[in-house]
Design a protein around this ligand. Sequence first.
Ligand code: ATP
Ligand code: MG
Length: 387
Amino acid sequence: MFDIILFKLGETILKGQNRRVFENRLIANIKRRLSSFGRFKIYSLQSTIYAEPQGDCDMEGALEAALTIFGVNTVVRAASCEKNVESIVETACEYLESELETARTFKVESKRSDKSFPMGSIELSQYVGGMLHQRFPNLTPEMKSPELLVNVEVRDLAAYVHGTALTAAGGLPVGVGGRMVALLSGGIDSPVAMHMMAKRGVMLIPVHFYSFPYTSILAKEKVLTLAQTLSPYCGRLMVEYVPFTHIQEAIRDCCPEPLATVLSRRFMIRISEQIALMNNCNALVTGENLGQVASQTTEAMSVIEESATLPILRPLIAFDKKEIIDRARLIGTYETSILPYEDCCSVFSPRRPKTKPRLDEVLAAEAALDIYALVEEALGGIERITA
Ligand code: ATP
Ligand code: MG
């Protein structure tokens, strides 16, 4: 008997001819993610990916990490054994001993993908169930809602015994959905937006705009912490820090105050688009949400959008704030997001922002600025930090 982790694939297996590509990507992601918990042999067979420890591995840590990998529906830690009933029963008794001793009701469920196995799955369940019942007199069989579900899977290479499977992260493997630039502020919304896009298989490059010395060094660190918290889901993230002070000062000094937010957002989008083009990305992602603040009306968003040609994706557009906060808590970014460091937008935000800006007035305001020079200067000052 030896311990193994089984990953049952989610949507990936539905993807017809792309399936191989998706599976290979998922295997690579699992390899990378488990590498810090020891040496694993990782292979795929019959819509399942197997992670077999080679020597001493931190199985608990690996199992927890497995739950954050997109593209996986369920994860189980199982014991593998020889493909005969005696060995299956022995393995179940040993591997699930403490659960078998404490549960009151149980059920055995079997799957048999190796059709040469001499027993059918119902017969196998009955046999194993009977043997367990004999050994553990505390157990009563219960078919509808048993306390303990003992799973037996007879597969190509071996038989596997495990308890209840854990619900994993779902979605698609990161990397199969292309690459995008994500505008990551220190707020609650944009980390949640990143998590949602990563779940659709997108590989993300986070970009953060900061206005030192108006915003503190702590605000920059906060963004790095957010990226680190997202890394288990998104893969290793490299944050692009863009100096934004000169742009915001130029807007403050040369443009009408009520347009400041929308003007600075247009610069963020322009710069993000350049970063996207340099990195083979085909869209931008923001944490915008309809009606939340002045810059998030349809009028403001369409004026902002005009500054780029790449599509701007806004996964949170129709969420309630509470729904976003619940998700932020779940993925672990909330506590960092609410730390009270100023964002560059809040420092320069106008007293009475225009909620329905018109494109013609925005373009007229921008005529006072050397857009090209400001964008080039910001791009030249980018600093990249791996989370
Ligand atoms: P968040 O919680 O993500 O900060 P928000 O509700 O505070 O969002 P805004 O401040 O209007 O809304 O920002 C809208 C979006 O613009 C953010 O979700 C983010 O994608 C982007 N953004 C805002 N400020 C920055 C910044 N300093 N760096 C990078 N992106 C930013
Ligand atoms: Mg914000």
